[in-house]
Write a protein that binds this ligand. Structure first.
Ligand code: NDP
Length: 336
């Protein structure tokens, strides 16, 4: 069996040496336990936060511990009456090829209803993040303009398509012409703007002639700076992620200070800005599975997965995620 542990904490941008591949024998299971073989590992931006020991909404990964992560796994041994060999489950076993579980927090997946990788993306945590952030905070109305950042990614692509279903005009922000073309041609966004373009703020303004009513924030940094002056009165801003700052640690607090301007606009424009972590809305998950499952089968919601082969390639793929190299929900195929 193989596993990838946190070898050291990064300062700033993580590097390959922050991870270490280890080999071990496949463990035995005790009464009540199941042995899981990882099929797919989800790579997600929040993992950057777990590499730091700063105080956050979740505990950091300790040095020498297996990197945390959501997985789709096959039960290959069971001494737990609730699971049998051959079951496919959603687990949180981390960056390792085998894991032991006592069965708590495992969710059985039915490979007949949806491809099992969707449990890590559109029908999993990222899809639910989009759904919960829109339903509880963004609340787009027909005719309003919604802008979403990291728009071709796991969360952003779902946000934009759901907002279209709710009747909003949707403008996506993404890195590079290929991602932008995908948003308009494949996902039906009304416009897509490349945040690497020299004229990015002006292009965004031109794409939002009636201003912005909902801004689904996934990025921060220069993207927020371009969005900020375009916000309409009473705009709603689900603050979901700030990936542009994840490598900055606490130095972000001393960067070019936009805060006074932001606070003034919050007051004068009566803005509602609200951060959230998706699990706060966990009681809405049954609605989510029902609604989003239906949208997928009706062809109203599409999704794109970026699948990398081999657990040993997880660190490089994760470093790429922090630089926009992924195109779609990033998933590692650990075994088939
Ligand atoms: P994505 O699949 O969107 O991948 C990340 C994308 O972020 C990259 O592809 C890249 O897209 C963009 N990006 C990376 N670095 C930068 C940068 N420096 N500046 C601008 N864009 C950058 O990831 P997810 O959909 O999984 O996550 C999107 C956001 O949602 C993240 O901020 C994440 O932390 C957050 N999140 C929050 C949750 C919550 O509960 N609050 C739950 C899940 C996710 P591009 O090439 O287009 O720039």
């Amino acid at each position: 069996a193989t596993r990838i542990v946190l070898a050291s904490r990064p300062s700033g941008r993580p590097v390959a040496a922050n991870f270490r591949l280890e080999r071990e024998t496949v463990p035995d299971i005790a009464e009540g336990e199941v042995l899981l073989q990882t099929l797919y590992l989800s790579l997600d931006p929040y993992m950057r936060g777990r590499m730091d020991d700063a105080k956050s909404y979740a505990k950091p990964v300790e040095i020498g511990d297996v990197m945390e992560g959501g997985t789709v796994a096959r039960v290959v041994g069971s001494r737990n009456t609730a699971f049998k060999t051959g079951d496919t489950v959603l687990s949180h076993s981390g960056w390792q090829s085998y894991a032991i579980s006592d069965g708590t927090n495992l969710r059985k997946l039915d490979p007949e209803t949806a491809p099992i990788t969707t449990a890590l993306g559109i029908l999993g945590m990222p899809g639910f993040t989009a759904y919960a952030g829109l339903r509880n905070i963004g609340k787009p109305k027909a005719g309003e303009t919604l802008v979403v950042a990291a728009a071709s990614g796991a969360v952003g692509s779902a946000v934009g398509q759901m907002a279209k279903i709710y009747g909003a005009r949707v403008v996506g922000i993404a890195g590079g012409p290929k991602k932008c073309e995908y948003l308009c041609k494949e996902l039906g966004f009304d416009a897509a703007i490349d945040h690497h373009s020299n004229d990015f703020p002006a292009e965004l303004a031109a794409a939002c002639p009636s201003g912005i009513d909902v801004y689904f924030e996934n990025v921060g940094g220069h993207v927020w700076n371009a969005v900020f002056p375009l916000l309409n009165d009473f705009a709603r801003i689900p603050v979901c992620g700030l990936i542009a700052h994840y490598n900055e640690g606490s130095s972000v607090l001393s960067g070019r200070d936009q805060l006074p301007a932001a606070m003034r606009a919050i007051l004068r424009k009566s803005l509602t800005i609200r951060g959230f972590i998706q699990r706060e809305f966990a009681d809405q998950r049954p609605d989510f599975y029902h609604q989003v499952g239906a949208w997928i089968s009706e062809g109203r919601l599409k999704y794109k997965e970026d699948i990398v082969d081999g657990l040993e390639n997880a660190p490089e793929a994760f470093l790429g995620l922090l630089e926009g190299k992924n195109f779609g929900k990033l998933i590692v195929r650990v075994a088939s």
